[in-house]
Every structure is written in C-alpha cells, then in structure tokens.
Design a protein around this ligand. Structure first.
Ligand SMILES: Cc1cc2nc3c(=O)[nH]c(=O)nc-3n(C[C@H](O)[C@H](O)[C@H](O)COP(=O)(O)O)c2cc1C
Length: 200
C-alpha cells in the first residue's frame, strides 16, 4: 500500500483498464470549474480522478465531481490502515496550481495529499503538467518563478504565461475565470503514455 493511499489497481480487468489521469485542484476559484477539464479528459479517453488540496476543497462541488468521475474526491492523506480508494495514476495535471503549492512542490514538501502525490510522481516517472492560475502580484514573487523553472528543469510540463491566460490584478480572479483556455490544457500534457489496447 502506498503512503499516499493511491496505487491499488481498480476493479476493472487489466485488459479493459483505461489510462488514469489525476486532476489536482488547488485553492483558487478556478477549481470550482474543474469539471470542464474532467469532461474534456473523459472525452479524450481518460479515467479521471479528482484530488484537491485542503484549500482547493473549499472551491469544488465534491458530490458533483464524484458523480462525474465515478471516484471519490480525495483531499487528505488516508488514515493508517485505510484502504486505497483510487487507481494509480498514469499522468497528473495540477490545475489550478497555486503559488503556495508550486513553491512547496519545488521544495519537495509533502504536507498535503496533493503534494505527496506530486513528489512521488517525480520518483515514479509519472508525467505531470502544472497549470498555475494566480494574480500578477503573487506571480511576481521571485520564489514562484524560480520554483516553476526548477520544476520544468526536472521534467514537469508547465503551462503558464500571458499566451495562456494574462495575469489578473489581485482580488479580481473571479472576473477572469471565463477567459481560462480549458481546451489548451490536455494538449500540453505531452508525455501522455500510449493507451492500453483492449485484448481482442
Ligand atoms: C478567495 C481566494 C482566492 C484565491 N485565489 C488564488 C489563486 O487564484 N491563485 C493562487 O495562487 N492563490 C490563490 N489564493 C490563495 C491560496 O488559496 C492560498 O495560498 C492557499 O494557502 C493555497 O493552498 P494550496 O496551495 O494548498 O491549495 C486564493 C485565496 C482565496 C481566499
């Protein structure tokens, strides 16, 4: 059993197993719209599981996401002896990635389930895409830029910048959610593994 409580294959027969994508949502109003990304990923053939940070959990509709994905939404480490409830991930997308989680991730900190999964993903070679969403002031902190550069250097795909979504003024995030380019996210996950072909 893994420390993060994710890693036991699901109930599907291996020949029928779809690739599993973890969508990890952090504490931003954009997390409230993560169902859009779930829908696009499902259309693309992924079996999607949603994980949030504890702050991300405040922004999402857990029952709706559980219905949409068929998996419980996890936000905290399981307790000792609790069963693993999610299938292991073939890829992960952190969207929205907050400044806080990006900085802790780059430092190897694992004090949330989301960070534990991301730090483990590095060691397991699981492809990860980070999609930060934040305001111009938070993005201006040098630690954030340095963290993104470190993550990219270590093989994490980073989708961020004015070409993706222009940085908004502090306190105005809610008003810029409509401009978020959901359709650009999945194509940025370049290292997607080949789908498992069902046996004839
Ligand atoms: C209403 C509200 C909106 C926020 N929006 C963002 C955001 O868009 N991006 C960001 O980096 N932080 C944002 N924050 C700050 C994060 O929620 C805060 O840094 C938190 O510690 C993040 O925790 P997490 O990284 O574990 O999700 C917001 C906070 C609040 C209260």
């Amino acid at each position: 059993m893994s420390a993060t409580g994710a890693g036991t294959p699901g109930p599907q027969r291996s020949s029928e197993r779809r690739e599993v994508l973890y969508v990890i949502a952090c504490g931003s109003p954009l997390a409230g719209h993560i169902g859009r990304l779930v829908e696009l990923a499902q259309r693309d053939g992924w079996d999607v599981c949603v994980v949030t940070t504890p702050d991300g959990a405040k922004f999402v509709d857990r029952p709706a996401l559980a219905r949409q994905t068929g998996h419980p939404v996890r936000s905290r480490y399981k307790g000792p002896g609790d069963p693993d409830v999610l299938p292991s991930a073939d890829a992960m997308i952190v969207c929205p990635a907050t400044v806080n989680t990006v900085n802790k991730w780059a430092a190897g900190i694992t004090d949330t389930l989301a960070l534990g999964l991301l730090v483990e993903a590095q060691g397991k070679g699981v492809p990860v895409l980070a999609v930060p969403f934040t305001n111009v002031a938070m993005a201006g902190h040098p630690a954030f830029r340095a963290s993104l550069a470190r993550l990219a250097e270590w093989g994490v795909e980073v989708l961020f910048g004015d070409h993706v979504v222009p940085l908004h003024p502090p306190g105005s995030g809610e008003r810029h959610l409509h401009a978020f380019p959901w359709a650009a996210v999945l194509p940025a996950l370049r290292d997607r593994r080949r789908p498992v072909t069902p046996a004839a």
